[in-house]
Design a protein around this ligand. Structure first.
Ligand code: GDP
Ligand code: IMO
Ligand code: MG
Length: 425
């Protein structure tokens, strides 16, 4: 058996949570492989809405186990909040036993968040626009070989290890940013949350995943963020601090490259980005405002307005190449209903040339989009359930995208609810 991977092809918020939930029934294990509570994955069904930050999106099916993999960074306080909210809504994951946590996943400390905020403040207008969840500083401690891991919470000297790292952080805050750290309240909440996490099964995620494969069970790896936020291949430095691409599923779960099966790449029928950095197809006009309004484009984690623009084919082709995408999912097609004309960026005008790839210096040299005009459709899509109800003009948009991207669009999402999903192939 192989691990299928579902990941975002744009700058995040493509609808990963919704589609993982839709697909979960067919899998025995859903495993988050990177990122942390910078993610906000939204699921809607039976009139209820859930936003998950750290917890995989497969928790609503009783026969599916969920794993927070070693590549994830965990903020115990956020994780406890997620668990408490779910419990209040009748989903007690501790009682159900459908969530396990990788011992090698790294811990976000309250001081990581202070470092994130201080660094952003110092950068002023050039800031990344981070979610301020402490993601960058935590991955820095991981690669700097200073980090604390979930497995450490059960060690008798955990508090000493914690204090050692916190002391380092407080002196950094003072010397680099002139800040005196005050985090006593968050520290108390951190240790309270640690006690809850200890009650869950802490596992060697690489063993668990590979044993599942040996037993012929089906595994889906759930990505966070999107390819254009990948630490190596995204619009650096306006990226997150992990590999959001398929390779990240290998390192984030302990699976060998030859164990990767289908790679399901998800994208919106248009494009959004939250935070700073280049966005060639961005619309800073009334149309952009309309996309934001109709698409409810406000961050699931931070509530920030998302920047909006047209679909960007060079960026999508780049993402498909990097990830080895075998199936596509297009979401939010319903948001485009009623736009007389829609546009797709086919190339960039870049330094006097026309190019169709993502250049190295996308952050410093303007890539002006070359746009193709496409007829829009007027029909409301949110109620359609049959393929023959797909408007002809939407079908030709899909056909055009399939021809350009050379990968089939297997699923079409026409609304936020689990049920608003069509299988096209
Ligand atoms: P994720 O981070 O990739 O899981 O995506 P988010 O949850 O941050 O953002 C996607 C938003 O779009 C959420 O509010 C979803 O409920 C919503 N959504 C997902 N698919 C569709 C769709 O096909 N149509 C509409 N209108 N909304 C959708
Ligand atoms: P999901 O999984 C959209 C963005 C931030 C910022 C940059 C770095 O919901 O798609 P970080 O806090 O990671 O240091 O921020 O990355 N970002 C996201 N944008 N969706 C996300 O996750 C994101 N996670 C981080 O806005 O620009
Ligand atoms: Mg999101």
């Amino acid at each position: 058996m192989a691990v299928d991977v579902l990941l975002g092809l744009q700058w995040g918020d493509e609808g990963k949570g919704k589609i993982v939930d839709v697909l979960s029934k067919g899998y025995d294990l859903i495993a988050r492989f990177q990122g942390g509570p910078n993610a906000g994955h939204t699921l809607e069904f039976e009139g209820k809405k859930f936003v998950l930050n750290t917890i995989p999106s497969g928790i609503f099916f009783d026969n599916t186990l969920n794993l927070i993999g070693n590549g994830v960074v965990i903020d115990p306080i956020t994780l406890k909040k997620e668990l408490d909210k779910l419990k209040d809504a009748g989903h007690d994951l501790l009682a159900k036993g459908n969530l396990v946590i990788g011992k090698k996943a790294h811990l976000i400390l309250p001081t990581h968040q202070l470092l994130d905020a201080a660094s952003e403040k110092k950068m002023g207008d050039g800031k990344i626009g981070s979610t301020l969840k402490g993601i960058g500083p935590t991955y820095m401690d991981k690669t700097g070989r200073n980090g604390l891991r979930i497995g450490d919470i059960t060690l008798p000297n955990f508090k000493e290890k914690y204090q050692k790292l916190v002391d380092k952080h407080t002196s950094m805050l003072q010397s680099l940013y002139g800040e005196v750290a005050d985090f006593s309240e968050r520290e108390a909440a951190f240790f309270e949350a640690i006690e809850l996490i200890k009650k869950f099964e802490l596992v060697d995620s690489e063993q668990l995943v590979n044993n599942y494969l040996k037993e012929g069970k089906k595994v889906l790896a759930e990505g966070a963020q999107g390819t254009m936020l990948d630490i190596d291949f995204g619009s650096y430095p306006f990226v997150t601090s992990s590999n959001t691409t398929t390779a990240g599923a290998c390192t984030g779960l302990g699976i060998a490259p030859n164990k990767i099966g289908d790679v399901i790449g998800i994208f919106k029928a248009y494009c959004t980005r939250v935070g700073g950095g280049p966005f060639p197809t961005e619309l800073n006009d009334q149309t952009g405002e309309e996309l934001r309004k109709i698409g409810h484009e406000f961050g699931a984690t931070t509530g920030r307005p998302r920047r909006t623009g047209w679909i960007d084919l060079p960026a999508l082709k780049y993402a498909i190449m990097l990830n080895g995408v075998t199936q596509l999912v297009m979401t939010k097609a319903d948001v485009l209903s009623g736009f007389d004309k829609i546009y797709a960026c086919t190339h960039y005008n870049y330094q006097g040339e026309t190019i169709d790839y993502m250049p190295y210096d996308i952050c410093s040299v303007e890539a002006e989009p070359v746009l193709k005009e496409i007829d829009g459709w007027n029909e409301d899509l949110t109620g359609i359930t049959e393929l023959n109800e797909i408007p002809a003009k939407l079908q030709s948009y899909i056909d055009y995208l399939e021809a350009e991207l050379e990968v089939p669009v297997k699923y079409l999402s026409v609304g936020p609810d689990r049920k608003q999903t069509l299988v096209l192939h």
